[in-house]
Design a protein around this ligand. Structure first.
Ligand code: C2E
Ligand code: CMP
Ligand code: CA
Ligand code: CA
Length: 391
């Protein structure tokens, strides 16, 4: 895969009627004429300008291109992959899908019924897009960018230490993804993981995360000892992949890591996917992997899940932890969560510890493990290894 953008010169044909279609296009700048071929003559249908999409019909109905597209001036197009459109079609409401198919069929019929009368196409470069149209276009473009970023290996994992609150000893690391974008700089996951999690790309991206994190665990164990563990965030769709466990097992064995040193962090979002998730959690635990319930306290019904599902670790969300010194209510709730974890025989990790005072308070409340900027920010593996070499 090269780029998501392509430039065309004036008069250059983008594709011809009858060609097989493998992508659609978004006009970034310039203009594109759409024309059909009638008995060897060229009939212009329309001229498309910035912000318009074309080439979608061949993707919607998997038939050849219904018309020829030609650049009318120097034109820059953003390529929208067939995969992402087909996936959206499959995920769409079935009525919307039907309407699209019918609309496409009628457009094709209209082309074949066109008489020899020449249609004068009027350029309409200025398109009046409303806010939601613009947002949808921006989303389509961003999705292409994020997928290309993965293909171009712009994703990296950073690692944040998890420590024993008693003595600050590092016992493990949480893997946190970053996008090193040449144009945007280092991008945090909240800005791009949603796009990936909503698409099938989460499976290859999720596999890459697992392989990278487990491979790097071997390096951490060389520095911090064999007991060191890695916590890996797993998103619902990734967990629903039927090959998830097999791939996890293969990766773990390839790197010679013990399953008990791998913690799978899931959120309560996972349970919305139904009963199969509970089976998956059981299978992972039966193989020796640990399962952490992340962001505890932020959802709607975490406690009821704790009743039903056996897990190993409970991570208290930073929205409570952050305020325990200043807000007695946050302190009371955090204390109750720590007691709940203890009563259920779950390890308890407090997230988002930014100061000594918060760490001390958590220890007093009986919390054994913690994570936060106070103990260490997420960093690349080589920053840990070079630190070790310098020590
Ligand atoms: P999370 O799993 O709850 O991860 C903890 C987040 O809190 C991380 O943000 C971390 O950098 C941040 N953090 C850690 N200590 C502190 C602190 O003391 N103060 C504050 N204010 N923040 C702290 P990050 O790395 O931006 O990740 C955000 C979320 O993106 C994660 O939340 C997780 O849900 C998701 N994510 C990150 N990496 C991955 C990944 O590899 N796979 C998947 N599926 N999701 C990921
Ligand atoms: P596709 O059939 O893949 O390739 C030709 C494209 O031209 C088609 O998708 C539409 O995007 C566009 N197109 C086809 N018919 C019309 C039309 N009547 N008016 C505007 N655009 C069209
Ligand atoms: Ca997490
Ligand atoms: Ca969390």
């Amino acid at each position: 895969m090269g780029t998501i953008f392509r430039n065309y010169q004036k008069g250059e044909v983008i594709f011809r009627q009858g060609d097989l279609g493998d992508c659609a296009y978004l006009v970034e700048s310039g203009s594109v004429q759409i024309s059909i071929d009638k008995a060897g003559a060229d009939f212009p249908l329309t001229v498309l300008g910035q912000g318009e999409i074309f080439g979608e019909m061949a993707i919607i109905d998997a038939k050849p291109r219904s018309a020829t597209a030609t650049a009318l001036e120097t034109t820059r197009l953003c390529i929208i992959s067939q995969d992402s459109l087909i996936e959206r079609m499959q995920n769409a409401d079935s009525v919307v899908r039907l309407l699209l198919m019918m609309f496409t069929r009628r457009t094709r019929e209209m082309h074949s019924n066109l008489t020899a009368k020449r249609v004068e196409a009027k350029p309409q470069n200025v398109l009046n897009l409303d806010k939601s149209d613009k947002e949808a276009l921006a989303q389509v473009r961003f999705e292409s960018e994020v997928k290309l970023a993965f293909a171009q290996k712009e994703f990296r994992l950073n690692y944040q230490p998890i420590v024993t609150l008693n003595d600050g000893q590092v016992i493990g690391f949480e893997a946190l993804i970053r996008w090193h974008s040449p144009t945007l700089g280092i991008v945090r996951p909240n800005l791009f993981m949603g796009v990936i999690e909503d698409s099938a790309a989460i499976v290859p991206v999720g596999r890459w995360i697992l392989e990278q994190a487990i491979g790097d665990l071997c390096e951490f164990q060389k520095i911090y000892g064999k007991e060191t563990f890695i916590s890996i965030n797993v998103s619902p769709r990734q967990f629903a992949d039927p090959d998830f466990i097999q791939h996890l097992e293969e990766t773990r064995k390839r790197f010679g890591v013990v399953a008990g040193q791998i913690k799978l962090e899931i959120t309560e979002q996972m349970f919305l996917r139904g009963a199969s998730v509970i089976g998956m959690i059981g299978e992972c635990r039966a193989l020796g992997y640990k399962v952490s319930l992340d962001d505890f306290g932020t959802g709607y019904s975490s406690i009821s899940y704790l009743k039903e599902i056996m897990m190993d670790v409970l991570k208290i969300d930073q929205s409570f932890v952050r305020h325990i010194v200043t807000d007695p209510r946050a302190r009371a709730i955090t204390g109750a969560m720590i007691s709940l974890a203890a009563a259920l025989d779950l390890e308890c990790v407090a997230e988002g510890i930014e100061s000594q005072e918060v760490a001390d308070e958590l220890r007093k409340l009986g919390c054994k493990f913690g994570q936060g900027y106070f103990f260490g920010v997420p960093k690349a593996l080589d920053q840990y290894t070079s630190h070790k070499a310098a020590a």
